[in-house]
Design a protein around this ligand. Sequence first.
Ligand code: SAM
Ligand code: MD0
Ligand code: SF4
Length: 351
Amino acid sequence: MLKDMSREELDNFAESIINGQKLSDDNLRNLLNIEDDENLEKLYSVARAIRDHNFGNKVFLYSFVYFSTYCKNNCAFCYYNCKNDIDRYRLTPDEIEKVCEALKDDPIHMVDLTMGEDPYYHNHPERLVEAVRRVKEIVGLPIMVSPGVVENDVLEELRENGADFLALYQETYDPELYAKLRVGQSYKKRIDCRNHARKTGMCIEDGILTEVEPDNESTFKSLRGLENTNPDMVRVMTFVPQEGTPLEEKVPGSSKSELKIIAILRLMFPDRLIPASLDLEGIDGMVHRLNAGANVVTSIIPSGSSLEGVVNYDRDLAERDRDAHSVVKRLESMGMEPAKQEDFNMILMSR
Ligand code: SAM
Ligand code: MD0
Ligand code: SF4
């Protein structure tokens, strides 16, 4: 659909989206079918225009603390699934505090506390609530929690003790694919958990994986599913095959499909938070994702940290260029800069 559009027509298209125009099913399918670079560039330019209209050159930065890599689940795509025979860690409360002290002066807007579905916390949710309370006290910033599926009363406690955001990704809104990815886990419970988090007053992040779908129709379903959830933050990540997992032999895809979907998400969710994760391709990858319409950088870790992510493109690299100052430097070279904390707090309040 972008094929024959002139610059002016592309600008008009961006304008119509800004004014509330929604993508029809045909539009959406056509965009998903784009493969050639020239038309992808056009798509990115429309996405950037929409992002710039809503956020200017301002970017939000989230620091990431993966505080337990133990997990009782068996997700086919994930390095931390319980059947994978790997070294795991669980930070002690003291260690968590140290990490938080280290990022206190970093130019970041939110701290994301992530864990596998570790029975140590899931069987004793008060430990998780206490960790959130303590981290909030130390950093004094908004807190995102990514604990997996937890009960409603735990969500309420998390909210009361300082959690502002719940990240819980459906991965796909194609139930057949879900069953293959989140093996043995309830599709509905995951949705219900997210919905309850919203009821408690938390913001929610939803997301999908790409390079695992059987075809574009499956991605189409997922995009419409995300729309139905109406999240405050919405993400797509490229599936990266992990050693020792059921999907380890899958041929790794490029980031092309992720970039295309980021841009489409920007057209579908003009004023929402859309992340560029450093976990997939580091700071170089961040640049492409921002140029496709993202406005948040996630998976920032304190410099010199040995914390893990979910993909860890840099697991074996000596230098891990993933700290907040390196991110800011690169943003500046792109003519972008961190937003003010008030701007972020305002988004949290208004949603
Ligand atoms: N355990 C919690 C959960 O699963 O909700 C929190 C962890 S959260 C950081 C894990 C997310 O990372 C998954 O929902 C998935 O979207 C992403 N992820 C995990 N393994 C991945 C992989 N191999 N490639 C790409 N993304 C992956
Ligand atoms: C990221 N590794 O942003 C993190 C993670 C969890 N809320 C976020 C997927 O890439
Ligand atoms: Fe566990 Fe989350 Fe990995 Fe699934 S994605 S195995 S729930 S850490």
